[in-house]
Design a protein around this ligand. Structure first.
Ligand code: SF4
Length: 453
């Protein structure tokens, strides 16, 4: 077996070892699942589609449905137009979705398939819709793919019919269905009318009913996607996953766009509540003020568990930036902050936070977990905060890992429970405190044992 444990610092520019991201279509497929009665379609070979479905299924522990253009050598040489048109005809007649969301793969992008023309030439039954997004995986990450599919939803569907609906659009970003539910709960508690897109709650966290339903009840309705062009404003959570879709809607339908941090932690949640309150004139209800007060109380009660502890944070840029802000407000030291998604804006934003807090930390976009491991070898941290893939560093360096973000493949239930909003902040504090306490308890037990021996 190859040993990828870093022995000495190696400066690399071309080779990625232990990536902190996955490929664009995974994000596009996830976004498409957030439309009601949508079948995501992977335009490429069966292997790509199988990998993307498996990846999402492992994370959410729910069946992920998607179709494929099933490329063989012929499609690679002559183009995938025939495959896509045949696929669209078969999908509507066999699986009967309301909408098919096509995303491309590396192969179809490399041969230069003209998807809009194929879609125009396809036989789409009356009342049904096909949208598409280009998702070449040699650019960006799964977050880019998510963003591209959200843009595709706007491009194909949103319309300004000059009939204002008084609603607020919410583009939640690449977060779990449990987080989308939490954001919706907050908006409902404030009495705000909204359109959230995409919305995977009720799709990837649907209840067990004893009956298989290919299209569960959740997801944004096509009519709401069309109506998003009549909303007052769009609030986009995260500059990487959501901003492009919001700006596309601003350009197409003149709906003003506002980009906020993913509402993880007290500050980001406060900013979200204040923004929607200012926009709609709605008061922040007592119920939410009470939750906020509970988080502050918990932070006071538990601060000695985590205050001054060094943490390495890695994962998707929008989530990682918000977690950095939250851990700083908890008095922790984000020593290393890394995302696999490329983007200098991430480095600028996080460096700004660290320098304002007087923290001397390393920040990297388009990084990998080998780099993170090298940094930790040079100067260790007390805690890892990130995806399942951090478990190898955790094991090698004996540092506790709090699994958060995407993907978390080796634990369950996480996608049902929020990390957003004040309730999510409580959960993060609980996870961090308990991981650090478990470690302290173990060290204390080891010391006791040594004394006995
Ligand atoms: S070939 Fe491209 S799209 Fe397919 S699984 Fe690999 S990286 Fe993803």
């Amino acid at each position: 077996m190859l040993d990828f444990t870093p022995k000495e610092y190696v400066d690399r520019s071309a080779l990625v070892i232990n990536p902190a991201k996955t490929c664009q279509p995974v994000g596009a497929m996830y976004a498409a699942l957030g439309i009601h009665k949508c079948l995501p379609h992977s335009h490429g070979s069966q292997g790509c589609c199988a990998y993307h479905r498996k990846f999402l299924t492992r994370n959410f522990r729910d069946p992920v449905m998607a179709s494929t253009s099933s490329f063989t050598e012929g499609a690679a040489v002559f183009g995938g137009g025939t495959n896509l048109k045949t696929a669209i005809r078969n999908i509507f007649s066999i699986y009967d979705p309301d909408i098919v969301a096509v995303h491309t793969t590396c192969l179809s992008e490399t041969i230069g398939d003209d998807i809009p023309t194929f879609v125009m030439e396809a036989k789409v039954p009356e009342g049904k819709v096909v949208i598409h997004a280009n998702t070449p995986s040699y650019v960006g990450s799964h977050v880019t793919g998510f963003s591209n599919m959200v843009k595709g939803m706007v491009k194909y569907l949103a319309q300004n019919s000059k009939t204002p609906n008084g609603k607020v659009n919410i583009i939640p970003g690449f977060i779990n269905p449990g987080d989308m539910r939490e954001i919706k709960r907050i908006l409902k508690a404030m009495g705000i009318e909204f359109i959230m897109f995409p919305d995977t709650s009720g799709v990837l966290d649907a209840p067990m009913t004893g009956k298989y339903d290919m299209y569960p009840s959740g997801g944004t309705k096509i009519q709401d996607l069309i109506d998003s062009g009549n909303s007052k404003e769009t609030i986009a959570f995260g500059s990487f996953a959501s901003a492009d879709g919001a700006f596309e809607l601003e350009k197409k339908c003149k709906v003003p766009a506002k980009v906020l941090k993913t509402p993880i932690g007290i500050t980001a949640t406060d900013e979200f509540l204040m923004a929607v309150s200012r926009l709609t004139g709605k008061e922040i209800p007592q119920e939410l003020e009470e939750e906020r007060g509970q988080v502050v109380d918990i932070m006071v009660d538990c601060h000695y568990h985590y205050h001054g502890k060094k943490v390495a944070i890695f994962g998707d840029p929008d989530v990682v930036a918000a977690l950095t802000e939250f851990t700083l407000s908890m008095g922790m030291i984000p020593k290393y902050v890394l995302t696999g998604t490329p983007g200098e804006a991430f480095e600028r934003e996080v460096r700004g936070m660290l320098s304002e807090a007087g923290v001397d930390g390393k920040v990297k976009s388009a990084g990998d977990l080998f780099t993170l491991h090298q940094w930790i070898k040079e100067e260790p941290v007390d805690l890892l905060l990130g995806t399942t893939y951090g478990k190898y560093i955790s094991k090698a360096e004996d540092i506790p890992l709090v699994r958060i973000g995407f993907p978390v493949l080796d634990r369950s239930v996480h996608s049902y429970l929020p990390i957003t909003g004040y309730k999510g902040a409580m959960r993060i504090i609980e996870m961090i405190s308990n991981a650090l306490l478990d470690r302290q308890d173990r060290d204390a037990a080891d010391e006791d044992l040594e004394l006995i021996l």
